[in-house]
Design a binder for this molecule. Structure first.
Ligand code: TYM
Length: 336
């Protein structure tokens, strides 16, 4: 009997090592990656080229990149099943990024929300890299011809621009790029700060801004949740508009426990926030505990981590080179 080989669909995503990973990066992105590891062929990377669009301390950037790799593995991404690599180890990203710059329009890049936000925050360093960031991100994605790009809500606009750039390129040169779709979780796509629930939980902020890090101790986590901003009512009810703090806590609790909002409302009916806030804290502590412990263990084994990123870069480079060769030929670069 003839055997049919069905090739797996591909997923690809990345995170900038511009700060320590937060509960937001975990619930919005990584949790979704690991849940699909068996179903898809997956590529995940540390986006260090993107990180330098904002000034970084070199030693911190190097340390965080390796920590991020350990955390990816600790979150359940098996390096045998997933290709894990450091973006700057695969030179094809920067090369395709340049080509795609020539297919991304000034107006499109100017309209990107992240560019506007980051320019406002770094008014003394609005560099060219910050502006052309989305063409590099398009290159990261298109090099691997993925079907889905699992990201949080804030990256949706960049994935849509990738689509636009790919369509423009294909309309000139034929079907070179597969058109990828963003893959956004139903719960946890936008985790907000615990102290300012109208702002996104961000890894570049300091502790006082209500963010939880994957490596925070149980005591730190519980303290942050006890301080979490709620409202003057005492009722646990999902209402993003009028109760952003409580709704954010419900989102976190739902993402960590798998419970629905209705189940959570029933569970805390008549109990007020005194019982609710520590319960969310405990759910987060238990979600992050195994990750923190495993990441610590892995970080002690530098040789293993180096081996993972060497093999990852080799596998990623192989896939990326195939696409880059095709692109170079299509645009008319002379053969080497
Ligand atoms: P970055 O590093 O800002 O964030 C990494 C991932 O985590 C998600 N995320 C969140 N999700 C929910 N709530 C939050 N508070 C939260 N904070 C972060 C982000 O949506 C993202 O999925 N440009 C990208 C990195 C990148 C990339 C790529 C992603 C570079 N090349 C190619 C996908 C494909 C970024 O800055 O993500």
């Amino acid at each position: 009997m003839e055997e049919t080989i069905v090739s797996k669909k591909r997923m690809l995503s990345g995170i900038k090592p511009s700060g320590d990973l937060t509960l937001g990066s975990y619930l919005g992105a990584i949790k979704n990656w690991k849940e699909r590891a068996d179903e898809f062929e997956c590529y995940y990377f540390m986006a260090d080229l993107h990180a330098i669009t904002v000034r970084q301390n070199p030693a911190d950037l190097r340390r965080r990149t390796m920590e991020q790799l350990a955390q990816y593995i600790a979150c359940g991404l098996d390096p045998e099943k997933n290709t894990l690599f450091i973006q700057s180890h695969v030179h094809q990203h920067a090369e395709l990024g340049w080509v795609l710059n020539c297919y991304a329009m000034f107006g499109e890049l100017s309209r990107m929300t992240q560019f506007k936000d980051k320019s406002a925050k770094n008014a003394d360093n609005i560099n060219g890299g910050l502006f052309t960031y989305p063409s590099l991100m398009a290159a990261d994605i298109l090099l691997y011809q993925p079907d889905y790009v699992p990201v949080g809500e804030d990256q949706k606009q960049h994935v849509e621009l990738t689509h636009t750039i790919a369509r423009r390129f294909n309309s000139v040169y034929g079907d070179v790029f597969k058109l990828p779709e963003p893959y956004i979780p139903k719960v946890g796509a936008r985790v907000m700060s615990l102290t300012n629930p109208t702002a996104k939980m961000s890894k570049s902020e300091n502790e006082d801004t209500g963010r939880i890090l994957l490596m925070d101790s149980p005591e730190q986590i519980m303290r942050q949740f006890k301080r979490a901003v709620t409202d003057s009512e005492t009722c646990v009810r999902f209402d993003k508009e009028n109760k952003p703090g409580v709704s954010n806590l419900m989102t976190i609790y739902a993402a960590c426990t798998g419970k629905t909002f209705e189940e959570i409302e029933r569970e805390f009916d008549g109990q007020g926030y005194g019982a609710f806030k520590p319960a969310v804290g405990e759910a987060v502590v238990e979600t992050l505990r195994p990750i923190r412990e495993e990441a610590r263990r892995l970080l002690a084994d530098k040789a293993y981590l180096q081996d993972v990123c060497r093999k990852g870069a080799e596998r990623a480079g192989y896939a990326a080179e195939k696409t880059l060769r095709k692109v170079y030929k299509k645009v008319g670069f002379a053969a080497r």
